[in-house]
Design a protein around this ligand. Structure first.
Ligand SMILES: [Zn+2]
Length: 206
Protein backbone atom coordinates (compact mmCIF):
# COMPACT_ATOMS: atom_id res chain seq x y z
CA UNK A 1 0.00 0.00 0.00
CA UNK A 2 1.05 3.55 -0.61
CA UNK A 3 1.83 5.98 2.15
CA UNK A 4 -0.99 8.37 2.80
CA UNK A 5 -2.74 9.92 5.76
CA UNK A 6 -3.39 7.63 8.71
CA UNK A 7 -0.72 5.17 7.72
CA UNK A 8 1.72 3.77 10.22
CA UNK A 9 5.04 3.93 8.44
CA UNK A 10 8.33 2.35 9.39
CA UNK A 11 11.47 3.79 7.84
CA UNK A 12 15.19 3.75 8.14
CA UNK A 13 16.85 7.06 7.46
CA UNK A 14 20.18 8.73 7.28
CA UNK A 15 20.33 12.47 7.89
CA UNK A 16 23.16 14.67 6.69
CA UNK A 17 23.52 18.39 7.16
CA UNK A 18 24.29 21.05 4.57
CA UNK A 19 27.99 20.20 4.67
CA UNK A 20 27.32 16.56 3.95
CA UNK A 21 28.18 15.60 7.51
CA UNK A 22 26.23 12.63 8.86
CA UNK A 23 24.07 13.85 11.72
CA UNK A 24 22.06 10.79 12.51
CA UNK A 25 21.27 7.37 11.16
CA UNK A 26 18.72 4.80 12.17
CA UNK A 27 20.26 2.06 10.05
CA UNK A 28 22.44 0.79 12.86
CA UNK A 29 19.52 0.78 15.26
CA UNK A 30 15.78 0.57 15.38
CA UNK A 31 13.77 1.92 12.47
CA UNK A 32 11.57 4.90 13.04
CA UNK A 33 7.85 4.35 13.15
CA UNK A 34 5.59 7.32 12.63
CA UNK A 35 2.02 8.24 11.87
CA UNK A 36 1.81 9.82 8.44
CA UNK A 37 -0.20 13.01 8.14
CA UNK A 38 0.01 13.82 11.84
CA UNK A 39 2.96 16.19 11.63
CA UNK A 40 5.09 13.68 13.44
CA UNK A 41 8.06 14.70 11.35
CA UNK A 42 9.38 17.68 9.47
CA UNK A 43 7.08 18.77 6.63
CA UNK A 44 9.60 18.34 3.83
CA UNK A 45 10.26 14.72 4.62
CA UNK A 46 6.64 13.85 5.24
CA UNK A 47 5.68 15.35 1.88
CA UNK A 48 8.39 13.37 0.11
CA UNK A 49 7.13 10.11 1.61
CA UNK A 50 3.55 10.65 0.49
CA UNK A 51 2.63 7.99 -2.06
CA UNK A 52 5.75 5.88 -1.47
CA UNK A 53 5.49 2.22 -0.56
CA UNK A 54 7.36 -0.62 1.10
CA UNK A 55 10.79 -1.14 -0.40
CA UNK A 56 11.09 2.36 -1.83
CA UNK A 57 14.40 4.10 -1.31
CA UNK A 58 14.61 7.84 -1.73
CA UNK A 59 16.97 10.74 -1.38
CA UNK A 60 15.28 13.87 -0.14
CA UNK A 61 16.70 17.35 0.17
CA UNK A 62 14.80 19.50 2.61
CA UNK A 63 15.46 23.21 2.87
CA UNK A 64 15.37 24.92 6.24
CA UNK A 65 11.88 26.21 5.71
CA UNK A 66 10.55 22.68 5.31
CA UNK A 67 12.92 21.37 7.94
CA UNK A 68 13.74 22.90 11.28
CA UNK A 69 13.01 26.47 10.30
CA UNK A 70 15.16 29.52 9.90
CA UNK A 71 17.87 30.42 12.35
CA UNK A 72 16.70 33.19 14.67
CA UNK A 73 19.44 35.40 16.02
CA UNK A 74 17.03 36.55 18.69
CA UNK A 75 17.10 33.08 20.21
CA UNK A 76 20.75 33.42 20.98
CA UNK A 77 21.18 35.36 24.19
CA UNK A 78 23.50 36.18 27.03
CA UNK A 79 22.40 35.12 30.46
CA UNK A 80 24.17 36.14 33.65
CA UNK A 81 25.77 33.17 35.32
CA UNK A 82 23.91 34.09 38.47
CA UNK A 83 20.63 33.22 36.72
CA UNK A 84 21.64 29.57 36.86
CA UNK A 85 21.42 29.62 40.63
CA UNK A 86 22.97 26.61 42.27
CA UNK A 87 23.89 24.80 39.09
CA UNK A 88 27.62 24.36 39.00
CA UNK A 89 29.99 23.71 36.16
CA UNK A 90 28.04 25.28 33.32
CA UNK A 91 29.73 24.07 30.14
CA UNK A 92 28.92 24.32 26.42
CA UNK A 93 26.51 21.63 25.35
CA UNK A 94 24.39 21.69 28.48
CA UNK A 95 20.69 22.10 27.92
CA UNK A 96 18.14 24.06 29.86
CA UNK A 97 14.60 25.26 29.51
CA UNK A 98 14.71 29.03 29.28
CA UNK A 99 12.37 31.95 28.94
CA UNK A 100 12.94 33.47 25.49
CA UNK A 101 11.20 35.97 23.27
CA UNK A 102 9.38 33.01 21.79
CA UNK A 103 8.26 31.65 25.13
CA UNK A 104 9.69 28.78 27.12
CA UNK A 105 11.92 26.60 25.06
CA UNK A 106 14.96 24.37 25.32
CA UNK A 107 18.25 26.15 24.90
CA UNK A 108 21.78 24.92 24.65
CA UNK A 109 24.80 26.55 26.23
CA UNK A 110 27.21 27.53 23.45
CA UNK A 111 29.74 29.57 25.36
CA UNK A 112 30.69 30.53 28.90
CA UNK A 113 32.75 33.62 29.55
CA UNK A 114 33.42 34.76 33.07
CA UNK A 115 30.02 35.50 34.52
CA UNK A 116 28.04 35.42 31.30
CA UNK A 117 26.58 32.33 29.67
CA UNK A 118 25.58 32.38 26.02
CA UNK A 119 22.64 30.15 25.24
CA UNK A 120 21.09 29.32 21.87
CA UNK A 121 17.43 28.40 21.57
CA UNK A 122 17.64 27.44 17.92
CA UNK A 123 17.34 23.83 16.96
CA UNK A 124 20.85 22.60 16.11
CA UNK A 125 19.67 22.07 12.54
CA UNK A 126 17.79 25.35 12.17
CA UNK A 127 18.69 27.29 9.04
CA UNK A 128 20.18 24.24 7.35
CA UNK A 129 19.37 22.38 4.20
CA UNK A 130 19.13 18.72 5.14
CA UNK A 131 19.65 15.59 3.11
CA UNK A 132 17.79 12.42 3.94
CA UNK A 133 18.38 8.97 2.57
CA UNK A 134 15.26 7.00 3.40
CA UNK A 135 14.18 3.40 3.00
CA UNK A 136 10.55 2.53 3.51
CA UNK A 137 10.38 -0.70 5.50
CA UNK A 138 6.71 -1.12 6.19
CA UNK A 139 3.40 0.61 5.62
CA UNK A 140 0.20 -0.33 7.36
CA UNK A 141 -3.08 1.32 8.23
CA UNK A 142 -2.93 2.97 11.62
CA UNK A 143 -5.47 1.87 14.19
CA UNK A 144 -8.29 4.21 15.16
CA UNK A 145 -6.66 4.61 18.50
CA UNK A 146 -3.34 5.60 17.00
CA UNK A 147 -5.05 8.13 14.79
CA UNK A 148 -6.90 9.51 17.80
CA UNK A 149 -3.67 9.78 19.76
CA UNK A 150 -1.77 11.23 16.86
CA UNK A 151 1.06 8.72 17.14
CA UNK A 152 1.91 5.09 16.68
CA UNK A 153 1.81 2.56 19.49
CA UNK A 154 3.05 -1.00 19.20
CA UNK A 155 6.69 -1.65 18.60
CA UNK A 156 7.57 1.97 18.39
CA UNK A 157 11.24 2.58 18.09
CA UNK A 158 11.11 5.94 19.68
CA UNK A 159 9.20 5.51 22.85
CA UNK A 160 10.57 7.09 25.96
CA UNK A 161 13.50 9.36 25.87
CA UNK A 162 16.17 6.95 26.86
CA UNK A 163 18.36 7.95 24.01
CA UNK A 164 18.95 11.33 22.59
CA UNK A 165 17.80 11.79 19.05
CA UNK A 166 19.39 15.16 18.75
CA UNK A 167 18.63 16.59 15.39
CA UNK A 168 16.13 13.95 14.44
CA UNK A 169 14.00 13.95 11.42
CA UNK A 170 10.61 14.65 12.86
CA UNK A 171 8.98 17.92 13.42
CA UNK A 172 7.64 18.87 16.79
CA UNK A 173 3.95 18.64 16.26
CA UNK A 174 1.82 21.71 16.06
CA UNK A 175 4.26 23.95 17.84
CA UNK A 176 6.51 25.01 15.04
CA UNK A 177 9.52 25.82 17.10
CA UNK A 178 9.61 23.06 19.62
CA UNK A 179 11.91 20.74 17.78
CA UNK A 180 13.93 19.63 20.75
CA UNK A 181 15.81 16.65 19.45
CA UNK A 182 13.84 13.57 18.93
CA UNK A 183 13.08 11.43 16.04
CA UNK A 184 9.58 11.47 17.40
CA UNK A 185 7.52 14.44 18.13
CA UNK A 186 8.10 14.80 21.85
CA UNK A 187 6.41 18.10 22.11
CA UNK A 188 6.23 18.86 25.78
CA UNK A 189 3.62 21.47 25.11
CA UNK A 190 1.27 18.87 23.79
CA UNK A 191 -1.16 17.72 26.38
CA UNK A 192 -0.91 14.10 27.25
CA UNK A 193 -4.04 12.38 26.21
CA UNK A 194 -5.88 10.16 28.56
CA UNK A 195 -4.30 6.79 29.08
CA UNK A 196 -1.28 7.82 27.13
CA UNK A 197 2.02 9.41 27.88
CA UNK A 198 1.74 11.57 24.81
CA UNK A 199 5.27 10.74 23.89
CA UNK A 200 4.46 8.79 20.83
CA UNK A 201 6.14 5.85 22.48
CA UNK A 202 3.83 4.98 23.70
CA UNK A 203 3.89 4.55 27.45
CA UNK A 204 0.38 3.29 27.24
CA UNK A 205 -0.46 -0.37 27.19
CA UNK A 206 -3.61 -0.79 25.24
ZN1 LIG B 1 -1.03 6.54 22.88
Amino acid sequence: MKITEKCAVSIHYRLSDAKGQLVESSFEGEPMLYLHGAENMIPGLEAALEGKEQGDVLDVTVDAEQGYGAYHDGLCQEVPLSAFGDIEDIVPGMRFIAETEMGQRPVQVTEVKDDVVIVDGNHPLAGQTLSFNVEVLEVRTATEEEVAHGHIHAGSSCGGHEHSHEGGCCGGGEHEHNHEGGCCSDDETKEAKEGCDGNGGCGCRH
